[in-house]
Design a protein around this ligand. Structure first.
Ligand code: SF4
Length: 254
């Protein structure tokens, strides 16, 4: 059986940097904490754990040492809390997420009604809302069609949302708002990966997507392949592969 690899694969630069900064911090000998999993990938989490890095849910769980902020970023209050507790902070927020945070704040400061395309409980979205506390988060067409008419709407996105959804949301908001200001904060790295997954889906019937089960990026790649009518399976490790998924296939996408 032939295995075709997606043109774009592996971790993006934002996640790579966050993992590298965490590993470097672990070398320091100080207690090191990741505020939430640094990457939604169990293999990497195990590797970091083996180096003594602990994952915490709240800043108050760390009494001393270093807190590494992951690529998703945090709301400004969390950053302030780390400093108030006298903990060392390594900020591994991805540069593209920092840009999205800046734009979201700008929209709120300029008085726009901020609308964020994203998953409401996703850490990146929680971080973005820290910069625009009154923002409304929408993820599906059903949700954005319920938005009321408004005067001045400002639109931004969680980095891993699909570009087509952002385009549809912007088109809809432009119809219900008198003025619309848009910052396209969909991550270009994510867009490239989604294009690569679509290209791959054109060449095979079955695609295996490897990544953390709670990774928005990975889930979106699975969705895309399914939207193209392909069998798409989401696994975290090779042990989860089931022979029946591959039976009769001459070629499989990975
Ligand atoms: S914004 Fe893009 S490059 Fe940065 S961490 Fe997210 S997916 Fe990776």
């Amino acid at each position: 059986m032939e295995v075709l690899l997606a043109r774009e694969n592996g971790f993006c630069f934002g996640v790579k940097k966050a993992v590298e900064l965490t590993e470097a911090a672990a070398e320091s000998g100080k207690p090191v904490f990741n505020l939430g999993q640094v990457v939604h990938n169990p293999k990497i989490s195990e590797r970091l754990q083996a180096r003594g890095v602990k994952v915490i849910k709240s800043v108050t769980d760390a009494k001393e040492g270093v807190i590494v902020i992951r690529a998703h970023g945090v709301p400004p209050e969390t950053r302030a809390q780390i400093e108030a507790q006298g903990l060392e902070c390594i900020d591994a927020t991805c540069s593209l997420v920092l840009r999205a945070q800046r734009f979201t704040k700008q929209l709120a400061d300029e008085g726009y009604t901020v609308i964020i395309l994203g998953t409401v409980e996703h850490p990146e979205v929680i971080g973005l809302r820290g910069f625009a506390p009154n923002a409304t988060v929408v993820e599906t067409k059903d949700e954005w069609e319920k938005l009321p008419r408004m005067k001045r709407a400002g639109v931004a996105s969680q980095s891993t949302q699909p570009p087509w959804a952002f385009k549809e949301l912007v088109a809809h908001v432009s119809e219900i708002a008198q003025e619309t200001k848009v910052f396209n904060t969909v991550c270009p790295v994510t867009v490239k990966r989604q294009h690569a997954a679509s290209e791959l889906a054109e060449q095979v019937n079955t695609i295996i997507v490897v990544g953390g089960k709670n990774s928005a990026n990975t889930r979106e790649l699975v969705n895309l392949a399914r939207m193209q009518g392909r069998n798409a399976y989401h696994i975290e490790s090779a042990e989860e592969l089931r022979p029946e998924w591959l039976r009769g296939e001459a070629r499989v996408g990975l």
